[in-house]
Design a protein around this ligand. Structure first.
Ligand code: BG6
Length: 519
């Protein structure tokens, strides 16, 4: 079978890596002529993230005039009705301000194809629509297929893309596929999914979205570590006691039962976002920021990562019960619409990992995530060992904690350094203080949404920020034993909504004399 053109070069042939190229400081990189086909276009993700991101890219001048957006769904819509749906989503959620003339330009390239995933005629229709766009708008045979659908729809869609010849091209254009998570629900299903996708598209045409990698604060981990002399000498087990990676959300799961029930917090967030954060924090310096070199280091680190045993003591899971979110009373998961009243799905998950390398031996990495927690915050905290000796009267340092470097991923983006300082007017009392860098204060430009960056990279064929097959499979390999152990345990522990999770999560830390941060 002829494969899709796997070239990473935009059509002008000048491949540049935005992380390295001095000419590309402001990502003034415009996508070449292309069409984006979205399957699952009626879903929440498309409306809240994907459509607004496309408009914002257009509004920033980063999409070519010939760009086309094609929606595919089982709805009785024509092009104009679909354009209205897109417009509504854009007006409600765009970041860069709605401009009528910009919208009109984008709307000229919007098309809709009605059909279900197993409808051969609809796929023929899609093919004809793309051919017309190629000829009339000049999309030049460059087509990206975005599968914003559950993985059980993949085989049907992929086989029809193959049958109709849309997945491959004999001409100069490229064909790419964009995949949303979940990439399977365990290692075995992820391998199967990867095999399936790989039988249609070559690896370098597959873009798996992990939207955390599109966040500026996450990309900044590389700048913080490798552009500075200050931190890297301390970035190892000689100085670091442990690392805490937290992604806490205050929202509940109302309206998301069909996706979330039976999936749970570990599969939803740890398998992808948190393990990618761990990889960026723990990896060695890459030879360059080329996709190949970056991926090689992430793979090395994920391959060296293991669960700390025994799992029962080093992991925790919970499910939120009723409680308060601010001043609002909220229901527990079992009373959320659509969830089974006997659901054992966890809404909180915490695990302890070790990275078996010279740099990290003996340093636990604690990962936790949960819904309906105290507040929305994602951060990575490197907590330092205590000073080997304190030449102070013990009563002067009772409020001195451990030094910490905290990468604040969101919402208050920045970096905090915590260290001890003398309290004025005391003999020598020492207490923790913070030194803060805040994006909002240091920079005038606001950060693009992750989907803007990632969709642009798909069109440019720039894969640095997309996890490869091996990373995905290694992540499942790390998580599978935990999931299997939990399955034997029955129902998760209940925690009150608005708190910081179940008792077992606290115990997991206190038994080693440590404590979770309260961000
Ligand atoms: C998604 C998860 O990947 O990330 C959601 O499926 C979660 O459950 C979301 O709410 C959080 O994203 P962000 O960017 O708001 O932290």
């Amino acid at each position: 079978m002829a494969h899709a053109e796997g070239s990473r070069k935009p059509s002008d042939g000048t491949w540049r890596n935005p992380l390295r190229d001095p000419h590309d400081r402001r990502l003034a990189h415009i996508a070449g002529p292309s069409a984006l086909v979205i399957f699952g276009v009626t879903g929440d993700l498309s409306r809240r993230k994907v459509m607004p991101a496309i408009y914002d890219l257009a509004n920033r001048g980063l999409l070519p005039p010939s760009f086309a957006l094609v929606g595919f769904a089982r709805r009785d819509w024509d092009d104009a009705a679909f354009a209205d749906v897109v417009r509504e989503a854009v007006e409600a959620n765009c970041r860069t301000g709605f401009r009528e003339e910009q919208w009109n330009r984008l709307a000229e390239g919007i098309r809709f194809v009605e059909g279900s995933f197993d409808d051969d005629a609809a796929f023929e229709n899609l093919k004809a629509t793309l051919e017309t766009l190629d000829a009339e708008r000049g999309t030049d045979g460059n087509h990206a297929f975005y599968l914003a659908i559950p993985p059980n729809g993949f085989p049907t869609v992929l086989s029809r893309l193959t049958q109709t010849g849309m997945a491959v091209t004999d001409g100069p254009g490229w064909r790419r596929v964009v995949i949303e998570k979940p990439f399977g629900h365990d290692l075995e299903s992820a391998e199967e999914l990867n095999r399936l996708v790989g039988s249609v598209f070559p690896e370098d045409s597959v873009f798996r979205i992990d939207h955390y990698l599109g966040k500026e604060t996450v990309q900044n981990i590389l700048a913080l570590r490798f552009a500075n002399q200050l931190f890297e000498p301390l970035w190892n087990s000689h100085y670091i006691d442990h690392v805490q990676i937290t992604m806490a959300e205050d929202i509940g799961l109302g309206g998301r039962a069909s996706y979330y029930d039976g999936i749970g917090a570990a599969r939803d967030v740890i398998q992808n976002h948190l393990l990618q954060l761990l990889a960026l924090v723990a990896m060695e310096e890459p030879v360059s920021f080329s996709p190949r070199h970056l991926q090689a280091e992430k793979i090395k680190v994920l391959a060296s990562t293991r669960n700390m045993l025994p799992l029962a003591e080093n992991s925790a899971r919970g499910q939120y019960g009723p409680g308060w979110q601010g001043s609002e009373p909220v229901v527990g998961l079992l009373d959320e619409d659509g969830f089974s009243p006997t659901s054992t799905t966890e809404t909180f998950a915490a695990i302890t990992l070790e990275v078996d390398t010279r740099r990290w031996a003996g340093v636990p990495f604690y990962l936790r995530t949960g819904k309906r927690l105290g507040r929305r915050v994602t951060e990575i905290a490197l907590v330092f060992k205590r000073a080997p000796h304190l030449p102070f009267d013990a009563s002067m340092t009772t409020e001195l904690g451990q030094n910490a470097l905290v990468i604040r991923v969101q919402p208050d983006e920045g970096v905090t350094l915590r260290f001890g300082s003398k309290v004025p007017s005391t003999a020598m009392e020492v207490r923790d203080v913070s030194m803060d860098f805040s994006y909002g204060e240091a920079f005038t430009v606001s950060s693009p949404e992750p989907y803007e960056r990632l969709l642009l990279d798909v069109m440019l064929g720039e894969p640095s920020l997309f996890p490869g097959t091996e990373e995905v499979e290694l992540s499942w390999q790390i998580l599978d034993p935990v999931l299997q152990a939990w399955e034997q345990e029955g129902a998760p522990e209940t925690y009150e909504a608005g708190t910081w999770g179940p008792e077992s999560a606290e115990k997991m830390m206190t038994r080693t004399g440590r404590a979770w941060r309260r961000p």
